[in-house]
Design a protein. Sequence first.
Lengths: 456, 210
Amino acid sequence: MTVALLLAAAPDRLSAMTRPYRRPGDRVAGSKPRVDGMDGRLVAVGVRQIKVAMCADAADGLRAVAATARSADDAVLVCASERPQATPTTALAMLLSGPGTAALAGSGTLLVARDDLPAVAKAADALAARIASGQRQADAQAHRPSLRRMHRRTRVASELSIAVRSLIEDIDGSGVRVTSLAAAAATPARDTTSAASRPARPGEGRPGEGLLAALVVAPLADRIARWAAAHSLTPNALTGTAFALAGCAAAWFAAGTRSDAIIGAVLLCVALPLRQARARLAEREAVLSAPERHPTVLSAPERHPTAAFGSWLESALGALAEYGVYAGLAAGWTTARPRQAWEFATAAMIVLALRQMTDACYGLAIERRPAGPVSAGHRLLRLAGQSIALPSAERTAAICLTAPLGGPRLALSVLLGWGVVAFGYSLAERGVASRVADPLGDGGDGGERAARTGTR
Amino acid sequence: MTAPEPAFGRQTARNGARRPTVPGDIAACRDDGPLASRIGQVVQGQLPPLLPAIAGIMVTGMLAAVGLHGLPGPLVLAPAVAMLLAALGADHPHDGRVDWLVLPLLQAGQYVYLAAIAFPAGVPGPVIFALIGSIALHHTDVLHRQRRGVPPSSQVIAAGLGWEGRMLVAGLGVMLGIETFVYIALAAYLWVLFGWDSLTSWLAVRDGSL
């Protein structure tokens, strides 16, 4: 369970001594540390406990880091920023999705992995001692030339941020492997590429993902992505594995018996989180490979040749595997006239291809339109709305449930029927969006268009 | 330094100047063959693309619903010819509010026609599935390449016959009674052509030579 430690500047030394830790929302007269906006965002990215350390100076903050690192039993997120908007939520989510110790360059945010806690505690204590004895005074002075007249809290906040950055440098130099992520890179406003490339908060669901993907598959996919990252697997390896599993599923579906259909359904269920994990792994790689000074390169991962190739491979093999499963279901439909089976399979494939084409064309069309408002409403309702549009996870679930229970006929009928309904729903949704959106060519980066595009 | 060759030969703007393909260009993903390009050049993009496409697909859909089996020879080709109406919008820049609907409509007409004439004529189901699957995958690929800015070359577009060419070839095959042979040949040809072109292009992108 990740613990977040927010380093807040105390208004005076006395309040830091009498009340060194607090929680967001605590009422303390005159000492509101301006961190209350952070708690919801931290919980949203997977943090389960939040501590606010009220610090009188940078050494105080580092001692709080050391104390928390010693008492915590899982990863610790150290966030020096008082202003919530200084650290984008997507950047935090990216930070927490990684397997090891990582830092957001420039924002004073550090995630300490469980294994590195003792080393970081030691380094924080050492740095606190050095700062307290004045060794780092020169460094700190260099960063605050005209801060003397500023409010004390602002000055301490700045010192805390510098202290955490110094700590990151120190632990990086002491043998702990620190992955550096570019904070600006994960800012959603800069994302101008496909909807699928935008990182999402856990539980929020990505654009185009429905209930199943957000609530059931996403946690699994996150674990697989972390495991794959830890074992140096590439996204393309996951794509290939998912394709092979779906191909095997198609072969088993083609055998036509109920037991074969169950095996096929299981294989297909395994392939689904792999595909989602691939997307997360690719996002992570895009962040890691981006040069910090040129975050716009990162914000367009498809511009990177390897990422573009991976994206195409995933898309092509995913479609091929899905068509293969449809063909397998048709081949396994032994109780009906063979032609009827292929008619159903062809119709289901046509509906799927048309839906994907419509989504992609709409995505291309609104790329040059200004960003529209993000759809409001309750998260579950929004996800359920996306589920109606039959995204990948729902298609897989439909096949995996209906093929063993009702046979290929039911599976293909459900795919066809639900596909037609989803097509109508998407068209209506796009039609409404087209009427309210501005015409093409007005500029705008379409950063939030994902909410309306939906890559399925 | 020579100017880059426009990837799509038919890309002619309303004023007659050749319009280069840019990423995000919907018109570049229409998959028009040589015939549709020429028809489109006649009106020089003056006609909005959506209405002709709707007219074409309505004729195709109605004829498919009535049943294309048993029609006397040349009438099998009627929907394909009706769909050529949609070619009139080929040169339009597709910048209207709902012009993104044109591509799905063109594809819907193509898929429905290919399936509707082949199933009653007795073409094996897997062959029809493979043919339509190859075209669907090709369209997925073209959209990806458009986003990347590396659209297929004009030779490959022409060799792929375009949506109208494939409909006419399939229709001719059914009309002449050699539908199974034509469908098998067309499916195999398109799988090899699109598969090879797509794979080599993307490998070149990955290696940085494109």
